[in-house]
Design a protein around this ligand. Structure first.
Ligand SMILES: Nc1ncnc2c1ncn2[C@@H]1O[C@H](COP(=O)(O)OP(=O)(O)OP(=O)(O)O)[C@@H](O)[C@H]1O
Ligand SMILES: [Mg+2]
Length: 609
């Protein structure tokens, strides 16, 4: 069981905080590249921005209305722009409210429309890019990580576009406008407020951050303990077989105790924080208001003005308080955009994602040849996997590749499928080098029944139809019959609609293989690659699979990677591979004739058993 490193993709189900990025010129440049996705929707975006600005401005009017109302109730008029009567002010306020409701509706709708559509564009492009990236890209990355770019990173960008951006502009207007109004109402009071407010806010922010750090630590530990639960339950057979229940129980309870301790430490600070808020924040408010009342009693200020002042002060305070979190959000979005852009910037394979361009343009009859092919995986340049491989499979022939584990057989299959390019040498299809053909043409005419068949989570029908998306019901059934799969499929109550379970876990190995064979039959390729599974099937399902394979190999070039030598006696040519080199080749009889040959040795081993 792999431990420890999986806390990210298993235990960490709760919303993770994405790492923040520094904001500098380069990152701004990157951002502007992503913002280009807004371009098709720019007029709506600009209108939304304008409406946002407008509604924030109008929002600033409310404290004035309330203050005006209070003053009017006492028979005073303090604001020149407002009507003198209560009715007048009330009516005006209602009209403005209505207008603001109208504007707010459209600004929210438009913002979300723009953000969702452009996000959908970015998501689509990222996904398209991901699935067309070369195999090598995937061998260096974890699937969980890539998945999180499409989900978490893009959600972060979305959040920032739909909410944070708008909120930032709104708070900015409220802050600047609020301070201006405060100053108009009372310079003295404003100065006293600005003297205490920022200090309190800074303290509150640092405190808040500290507390969040502690609670994140508790969350991480909790995630860790969830990982323990997940792993032990998944590997429950291992736990029981090794009688390690007490070990796991101890590990888990230690972890849980830590979680509790950290949470309790956090609670201490949270309590302190609450006391600080009560004393500091409310204390400051009381002080400022008391000072304001003093001004009222000296007739320097009306009650309405004091009320207005308090409301504006609340605006300003909450605006100041919200900036750090918004800034952190923007930083996270910047980091997320960089990671997404990194994928968008990768060089993809030249395959089309348009269905119409998937038709075969250059037909391949089935002649396949390797000419002095040398290859190492780009991720492991120091290990030469294939060394000077040459062979030819004429149209319709069966060529077998045998050799010890790790000798490079599956790698050859990957090269035939053009998953990787050899560093030197050429692979020829119908005597023409690979680069004459489009990738789509080659892959459309080569089919593989892989070593470990991996099915998609849908129904059996969908899984077979993966070989030819437009296949009719009848074609699917014919393929299944020829692959010896029809019978077992019909034995399930739901027949072809049976859901195979995640990765096909609900089917046995032999059943999965026959589905893969049916899939390959539907595709009807010119060149077929069979990468024989190492795990042995029982003799009955082996016979069924073998029959299905014979059916599949008819009338096409077949490359058979075989572990059981009994399956390849009929092959036209057998290539014996060792450590990436062809050490022998010939048909079964010829190779058996080679006294010191590896093939003879291997077959003696197998047939003696
Ligand atoms: N994606 C990869 N990146 C780097 N090295 C790889 C990769 N896949 C395989 N290798 C290495 O290439 C070598 C050949 O592997 P390959 O899978 O071709 O062996 P094989 O002959 O198919 O073995 P088996 O009979 O066990 O299936 C091995 O040393 C393996 O470690
Ligand atoms: Mg292999």
């Amino acid at each position: 069981m792999a431990r420890g490193r999986s806390s990210l993709n298993s235990g960490g189900k709760q919303k993770e905080e994405l790492p923040k990025a520094k904001i500098n010129r380069q990152t701004l440049k990157n951002i502007s590249r992503l913002l280009s996705y807004l371009r098709p929707y720019r007029s709506k975006f600009i209108f939304a921005m304008f409406f946002l600005f407008l509604s924030s401005l109008v929002g600033l009017a409310f404290p004035s209305f309330i203050g005006g109302l209070i003053d009017a109730a006492q028979g005073k008029q303090t604001t020149k722009f407002l009507p003198a009567t209560i009715q007048g002010i009330g009516l005006l306020a209602l009209i403005v409210l209505f207008a603001q409701g109208f504007v707010s509706f459209f600004r929210i709708l438009w913002f979300v429309q723009v953000a969702e559509r452009s996000l959908a564009d970015i998501r689509r492009d990222t996904y398209f890019k991901l699935i067309t990236l070369p195999m090598n890209f995937f061998s260096n990355r974890r699937v969980g990580e890539l998945n999180s770019r499409i989900s978490a990173d893009l959600s972060q960008i979305q959040d920032t576009l739909t909410t944070t951006l708008a909120e930032m502009i709104r708070q900015m207007v409220l802050l600047v406008g609020g301070i201006a109004f405060l100053a108009i109402i009372s310079g003295k009071l404003t100065l006293s407020l600005l003297a205490v407010l920022p200090i309190l806010i800074v303290i509150a922010i640092f405190f808040g951050r500290f507390i969040r750090k502690i609670s994140r630590k508790a969350q991480d530990r909790l995630a860790e303990s969830n990982t323990i639960v997940e792993e032990t339950l998944q590997g429950i057979a291992n736990v029981k077989a090794f009688v390690n229940e007490s070990f796991e129980a101890g590990r888990y309870s230690r972890n849980i105790k830590d979680v509790a301790n950290i949470a309790i430490t956090g609670a201490k600070y949270r309590g302190l924080f609450a006391s600080f808020i009560v004393f500091g924040m409310f204390g400051a408010i009381v002080t400022v208001v008391a000072y304001g009342c003093l001004l009222v009693s000296h007739h320097e200020l009306t009650v309405g003005e004091l009320f207005k002042f308090a409301l504006y002060a609340a605006f300003v305070g909450s605006a100041m308080g919200s900036f750090p979190e918004m800034y952190a959000n923007v930083q996270r979005a910047v980091g997320a955009s960089e990671r997404v852009l990194e994928i968008l910037g990768e060089e993809g394979e030249k395959v089309s994602i348009l269905e119409t361009e998937n038709d075969i343009k250059q037909k391949i009859d089935g002649n396949l040849a390797f000419d002095n092919v040398n290859f190492h995986y780009p991720s492991r340049p120091e290990i030469e996997v294939l060394k000077g491989i040459s062979f030819e499979a004429k149209t319709g022939q069966k060529v077998a590749i045998v050799g010890p584990s790790g000798s490079g057989k599956s790698t050859m299959a990957s090269l035939i499928l053009q998953f990787y390019q050899p560093q030197s040498g050429t692979i020829l299809y119908d005597s023409k080098p690979a680069d004459v053909y489009s990738l789509t043409d080659i892959r459309n005419q080569v089919a593989i029944v892989p070593q470990d068949v991996l099915l998609f989570g849908g129904s059996i029908r969908e899984n077979i139809a993966y070989g030819k998306l437009k296949a009719t019901e009848e074609e699917i059934e014919v393929a299944a019959k020829r692959a010896n799969a029809h019978q077992f499929i019909m034995s399930f109550p739901e027949g072809y609609d049976t859901i195979v379970g995640e990765r096909g876990v609900k089917l046995s190995g032999g059943q999965r293989q026959r589905i893969a064979i049916a899939r390959a039959l539907l595709k009807n390729p010119s060149i077929l690659i069979l990468d024989e599974a190492t795990s042995s099937l029982d003799s009955e399902s082996e016979r069924l699979v073998q029959e299905a394979l014979e059916e599949l190999m008819k009338n096409r070039t077949s490359i058979i990677i075989a572990h059981r030598l009994s399956t390849i006696r009929e092959a036209d040519n057998i290539i014996v591979l060792e450590k990436g080199k062809v050490i022998e080749s010939g048909n079964h009889e010829e190779l058996l004739g080679n006294e010191n040959g590896l093939y003879r040795y291997l077959s003696q081993l197998q047939f003696e058993v």
